[in-house]
Ligand binder design. Structure first.
Ligand SMILES: [Cu+2]
Length: 215
């Protein structure tokens, strides 16, 4: 009987160790309203380098209706991003951020080249022609990341068991929010993250551009 119990514990333990964990990160503001466009990611607390990953899949940030779409794009370091312009007007996409400085001079349709985001950090995108156009690329040193949807939830999945630092960023946060979490099995407890957001200071879209209010 004792042997059977030991065997059962062993099997369960092995299954726990192999189980890929999932964490729901629920982002709320000070009024308990759900917050979209927050980026949540996990970094291993033990400093162990994750097993080599295949190169991250390329990503697209388009310009449509004289806005960037999507507004926030999290990627892993090394990701190649293309910036197709779907509008009839030309755009001039640039970044002055330390993590990636680049410029794609005036163009329509496909940009001349994709841009590789090779350093971690927050990259702010702008357009030289349209001051209201702004977007963010969050370049992360981990494959474990997700962005919150309209329900404020970012779902991190396929997580090996272990201790992690969970970090959350949003364009209107003064500083990244961090906490330690443990992934022990398939279902970790949801993480409710309270974000103290600064006022939205995005420039109003020029009236002659049409389309009314910016989103
Ligand atoms: Cu533009």
């Amino acid at each position: 009987m004792k042997t059977l119990l030991c065997l059962w514990l062993l099997v369960c333990g092995a299954r726990l160790a192999l189980a890929a964990g999932v964490v729901h990160v629920v982002c709320e503001d000070d009024k308990q309203q759900r917050v979209a466009d927050a980026v949540a990611w996990l970094v291993r607390a033990d400093g162990v380098t994750p097993a080599p990953q295949p190169p991250p899949a390329p990503v697209t940030i388009q310009q449509l209706g004289q806005e960037f779409d999507p507004y926030v794009t999290p990627v892993q370091v090394g990701t190649r991003i293309s910036f197709p312009n779907q509008d009839s007007v030309q755009h001039h996409v640039y970044s002055l951020s330390k993590a990636k400085r680049f410029e794609l001079p005036l163009y329509r349709g496909e940009a001349r080249e994709a841009v590789v985001f090779d350093q971690p950090g927050i990259v702010t995108l702008g357009c030289n022609i349209h001051d209201w156009m702004i977007a963010y690329v969050v370049v992360l040193p981990t494959p474990h990341f997700a962005k919150s949807g309209a329900d404020g939830t970012a779902i991190l999945s396929n997580l090996p068991a272990g201790r992690y630092t969970l970090e959350v960023w949003h364009p209107r946060l003064a500083a990244t929010v961090a906490r330690e979490i443990v992934i022990a099995g398939a279902d970790a407890a949801p993480q409710i993250i309270r974000l103290t957001l600064k006022p939205d200071r995005r420039i109003r879209r020029a009236p002659e551009a049409g389309g009314g209010a910016y989103r």
